[in-house]
Design a protein around this ligand. Structure first.
Ligand SMILES: [Zn+2]
Ligand SMILES: [Zn+2]
Length: 239
């Protein structure tokens, strides 16, 4: 079956994510727009993922717990996990590989942890947009250790992408899936970066505001709508 997907969305936990981008709101907006499967991928944290998964269960939408990891090279890589325990274990791992720099909400924005009914549970004190000590070459390996998978984010963007910081997708990283923005041209990208040929190119919104969530575009052919099916499919691309 074909499923509409968006595997790159930020909630109010991301400092740059709008406070209205609560787990409840973003899940129900995705449902309204007609998506079948989404992933919540806040910067360097999965702390809102459990609420989003529960909001998804209530709304009838599959939500994959995930994270947009900032590597030590300052490249963004989207990581997806099969369930909440795996995402929380990965969160602990990333914390152990991150510097504890306090957030300054007046500069970077608030980092709200919320439940699935729009109640604020906590405010994350550690700034979530810093580079971690996980290298590009190790992200996929680490995500797989927790049952997940990973792909480089917005590779056509001029900042914070694996290509913008390294010039190319290093073969040692093992990626065979990559994300291109909705406005990006795969043809132009393939000309400058032929290492992308043969890779599965996903198009995700990377929305930080409800109004930047968009109508569904491409679909994925999967046996069922589940986090496990998505990870298995993307990981097969990564073999
Ligand atoms: Zn990013
Ligand atoms: Zn993002």
């Amino acid at each position: 079956m074909k499923f509409f997907y968006d595997f790159h969305l930020h909630s109010c936990l991301s400092p740059c994510g709008d406070d209205d981008m609560t787990p409840y709101n973003l899940v129900n907006m995705a449902k309204l727009l007609g998506y079948d499967i989404i992933a919540l991928t806040d910067h360097n944290s999965c702390r809102n993922a459990a609420s989003a998964v529960r909001a998804g269960e209530q709304a009838g939408l599959v939500v994959i717990p995930g994270m947009e990891l900032c590597t030590q090279e300052e490249a963004h890589v989207v990581c997806l996990f099969p369930d909440i325990p795996a995402a929380e274990a990965f969160e602990d791992f990333v914390r152990s590989r991150s510097m504890e720099i306090p957030n300054r909400p007046e500069i970077f924005g608030r980092q709200l942890v919320m439940d699935e009914q729009d109640h604020i549970l906590d405010e994350e004190k550690r700034l979530l947009i810093h580079a971690t000590q996980v290298g590009v070459d190790h992200v996929l390996y680490e995500a797989r250790r927790f049952g997940g998978t990973a792909f480089p984010a917005h590779v056509d963007k001029p900042a914070y992408s694996v290509i913008s910081v390294l010039g190319a997708i290093p073969p040692e990283a093992g990626f065979h899936t990559a994300e291109i923005s909705f406005t990006g041209s795969p043809e132009a990208l393939l000309q400058t970066n032929p290492e992308l040929s043969g890779m599965l190119l996903l198009r995700n919104s990377d929305a930080h505001y409800l109004e930047h969530m968009r109508d569904p575009g491409p679909t994925l052919e999967l046996p069922e709508a589940s986090a496990q099916a998505v990870i298995r499919f993307l990981d097969e691309q990564n073999l």
